[in-house]
Design a protein around this ligand. Sequence first.
Ligand code: GLA
Length: 670
Amino acid sequence: MWDDGRLCHGGDYNPEQWPAATWREDVALMRQARVNLVTVGVFAWSRLEPAPGRYEFGWLDEVLDLLHDGGIRVALATPTASPPPWFSQAHPDSLPVTADGVRLHHGSRDTYCAAAPAYRAAARGIAATLAARYAHHPAVAMWHVHNEYGTTCHCPHAEAAFRRWLTARHGDLHTLNAAWATSFWSQHYADWAHISTPRATQYLANPGHLLDFRRFWSDTLLAAYVEQRDLLKAVNPAIPVTTNYVLGDWVPVDHARWASEVDLVAVDHYPSAVDGGAEEQTALAADLARGWARHGAPERAGRPATWLLMESAANQIHTAGRMHTKEPGRMARHSLSHVARGSRGAMFFQWRAPLGGAERFHSALVPHAGPDSRVFRESVRLGETLDRLAEATAGEVAAPVALAWDAASGWALRHPGMPSDLPDQHDELAAAHRALWRTGYGCDVVLPGDPLDRYRLLVLPALYLASDATVDWVRDHVEAGGHLLVTYLSGVADPHARVRPGGYPGAFRDVLGIRVEEFHPLAADEQVLLSDGGTGRIWSETVHLTGAEASCAYVGGVLDGRPAVTRHRYGAGTAWYLSTRPDDDTYRRLVTEAARAAGVHPVCPDAPPGVEAVRRQGPEASWLFLLNHTDRPQRVPVTGVELLTGTVVATAVTVPAGGVAVVREDPDGR
Ligand code: GLA
């Protein structure tokens, strides 16, 4: 079973790219690094089934036996993210078509349409064949279905499936026409057969049409996953099944909705910023993953949210067309940022760097330089560290601040007809999270409608779409004494992306005590001055107070003297509104004000700047993870036992420069 109490360490293992002699060395090195879980076969379809119905399992049999003998568990993948060349040749109608009608060809990966019947049948076929052969193999601890579901397509199969999905969603054309506001530009549909996927258009496409297309693909890909999962479970229900989600600003599917269909939320995370941005992105990614995991089946049954960092980079951060080498210690800090936030381990893409293929320069635990390398030595140390931290899995993050996340709001905000192309939900989420992270407040990610009783402060970062139920959810929270921080472009539209009238933000005017009359989007290099000395970027608005007070105003320009940030007592709580994106210092001041009003405290108020603190709280103990992102040793007052060194901490722990300390806290010391 995958969950044997240890934290997982390992990654994608591609033995099909190496001769058998290397497999033996791999197992020996894995044991040295205390690797205990590897994903095998993600892109191995053409080696498993070199011709239709002709299977070559000998190599995989041998690899699984070797791994098992070495005590290494396997997440066995179904290889459906990369059909073999013969499949594409035999089923050209399964090749994906882009929005402008170009049919893509074999030669990379993910070259299929997940709505094409032949592809789905072939995917079921290889999954069922693997299940029949390996579902009871003692090495197999988990099924890893596919890889990073997220493709779309505009082929005739996709179009037919889209129409079926629309019929199920809207029921009749009258409802669809109303939802998509098709009276605009003569788009009224009188026949389902007239509806195509949102292909390339002369000018702006219909926002409702685009949004439903995203939802359709999320549901279609989920159905493709579910049918594989069911085949695997049918053979051995005891083996958990999952698929690895992508994490970052690419949100191809509604990951939170998928959570209830996986036995374990598994995520891939690759920061795209260098400096401190990578640490902030990592913290947000892990908080998101935990938030999604809370929607999983085990969690709904009352068990702690369980998730796993399935892929990360052992070394490079890839940004702006360039790979940056991670400094010593950074890989471990990123890994432990995930573990601190609930991940059941730290896994990597990939075990051994390939010598050829498109990703030959992607980092690996065993780099091209071989095991006599800094990266491999760091992975050995990480294996030891993870073993020492296994006890912390008994703890859960208990954060007092909730950040709302909604995949559809992000999709809707990317419509090109928005008043500005600068606002982006992920970016707003990251800005709010960064302000909280830098001030040391722990936060959870929630979905609209989630229970809020454990949270004192709810933040809505560009929650653009709001249903009537979401309006009630927010109002009830504040009325009952909860606190609320809302950013611009929240609650502007309904779930079909139609504007809520009467002044923005239609959904939350009452609770915020404001009415926004006009938007004033800012240019990319433009700033507005604020009366508290700060600045705003990206956006500004004409805000009227209808009960709220201004906590700061715009200075100069057309909005001179008008409210920029407002505060409103509502019921027993308080609601803040940000009509612009404050600079980082101002944002931190604002979240601190809101958090203090809400009675929320930083995780570790005495942690020096640059030291990230995350607490996992268990029924009988708590574990304080301290990640020192500075280049100097840092002292943090705490008492307990430091697990990595096994030393008693009487008053304070010194966290090495760029290093980590994890303290099982003395319950009387807190
Ligand atoms: C994703 C994929 C991997 C690999 C990495 C590279 O996470 O799942 O196969 O391509 O990206 O970063």
